[in-house]
Design a protein around this ligand. Structure first.
Ligand SMILES: Cc1cc2nc3c(=O)[nH]c(=O)nc-3n(C[C@H](O)[C@H](O)[C@H](O)COP(=O)(O)OP(=O)(O)OC[C@H]3O[C@@H](n4cnc5c(N)ncnc54)[C@H](O)[C@@H]3O)c2cc1C
Length: 375
């Protein structure tokens, strides 16, 4: 039961965005910039964004050497270069927009650990640098001269440096998006789970579990930004969820001999240090099928693999005490590009950000706002 005032003021909008991750908030902000008088509402089912944007590892990255080489099997050279360029420009644009301090961005460089079986990637290093030259104007990848100084186990045969990558704090990035959205007068309602979007009519049906009421919002335009959870609202979408696990240790009682964002196992495993702790995550490839899930559970097989890597490869012989663990859900498809498209006369979607939403989320939001403005 709603009051006359609630009915009059809370249910009608020019734009409703479903999902308040990086993409949803970026879409709302860019749209409001273009249309300052528009009434914009963002609906989020969780108290906080509950998908990937505040659950990720905070790598400001665009692809390791072996990941880029792997992409050549599925994409043309031009497509691979365009993908890398898009991610890199995305990172530059959030740094310009919010400033490094507000993102807690640190330009620590990216690194990739190679095992014996991956050493052939080094033969391609020069070629990849040449291919990426139009984007970066300099060599991106180089071989670390004395990798043994980094203290990894002797399973690591080579380390490749990427001088254009860094790290940020995803919570700070979200704080910056919230602040900007607030300054622009965007309304964000949390704890509202959208059950259905009537794509022709701009009707958004939702439920408030606390108030135990059904809600019917009406908008001139609707944007679906629900990434891995999109099938519920757009069943035909080509989206496969992919869960990611992150483990964070207690502060370690020894000096960490490296700094930077590190990848291994073709980018499936990643680690960095945060406040004197080891942040280690990924390894979805150890159980691809099990990780095609939207449940925020911890897969014991993957957890045990990561724990072994920590004391077997990253800090050999050292004792690590774990403190926090969490999972987040990514979205993948047949190709590595996000889906940005109109899905009905009054509805658009921008979803399927893969493992690169830190880099491209803001720009994807801008692209969606352009599409919305053309409708
Ligand atoms: C463990 C992990 C590590 C990662 N590491 C990195 C990294 O280091 N660097 C990087 O670039 N990327 C990383 N990513 C990927 C990145 O976090 C994502 O690509 C990005 O956050 C996607 O943003 P999004 O807004 O599209 O989706 P999300 O952040 O998932 O936002 C979607 C939102 O929609 C809401 N929602 C869903 N359904 C409904 C509904 N029916 N009603 C209302 N609200 C709904 C969800 O609660 C959620 O808040 C990582 C992801 C994970 C999981």
């Amino acid at each position: 039961m709603f009051s006359y005032w609630e009915k009059k003021h809370f249910f009608h909008y020019d734009l409703i965005v479903v999902g308040s991750g990086f993409v949803g908030l970026s879409t709302a902000i860019h749209y409001k910039e273009k249309h300052p008088k528009a009434r914009v509402l963002v609906l989020e089912r969780g108290v906080f964004p509950t998908g990937a944007s505040t659950k990720n590892a905070g790598f400001a990255c665009f692809g390791s050497l072996t990941e880029i080489l792997d992409d050549f099997w599925h994409m043309t050279q031009d497509e691979v270069v365009a993908l890398v360029a898009r991610r890199y420009r995305g990172l530059q644009s959030i740094r310009r927009q919010f400033g490094d301090k507000k993102l807690s961005y640190s330009h620590v460089n990216g690194y990739e650990l190679l095992e014996e079986s991956q050493l052939s990637a080094l033969d391609e290093l020069k070629g990849v640098n040449k291919l990426l030259h139009p984007v970066f104007k300099e060599d991106v990848f180089s071989i670390v001269k004395k990798p043994e100084k980094l203290g990894f186990s002797d399973q690591v045969k080579a380390v490749v440096k990427n001088k254009f990558e860094g790290e940020l704090d995803p919570g700070m990035y979200m704080n910056s998006l919230w602040k900007l959205a607030q300054e622009k007068g965007i309304r964000i309602l949390t704890g509202v789970s959208v059950c259905e979007v009537q794509k022709d009519a701009g009707i958004v049906l939702a439920e408030d579990k606390v108030g135990k009421v059904s809600l019917e919002f009406i908008a001139t335009k609707v944007a679906i930004c629900t990434n891995a959870f999109t099938k519920k609202l757009w069943p035909d979408s080509d989206i496969q969820p992919g869960r990611g696990l992150i483990l964070l240790s207690k502060p370690v009682d020894f000096e960490i001999p490296w700094k930077g964002t590190f990848h291994m196992d073709k980018g499936y495993v990643y680690f960095r240090q945060v406040d004197g702790r080891l942040l280690l995550g990924g390894a979805r490839n150890r159980d691809f099928e099990g990780e095609k899930s939207t449940d925020f559970e911890v897969n014991p097989k993957i957890k045990s693999h990561l724990e072994k890597l920590a004391t077997g490869v990253i800090f050999p012989g050292k004792k690590i005490d774990w403190d926090v663990e969490w999972t987040g859900i990514m979205a993948f498809g047949k190709i590595k590009l996000p889906l940005i498209q109109q899905v009905g006369p009054k509805t658009v979607a921008a979803v399927r950000l893969g493992g690169m939403g830190v880099a491209i989320g803001w720009q994807v939001g801008e692209e969606l706002s352009v599409l919305l403005s053309k409708m």
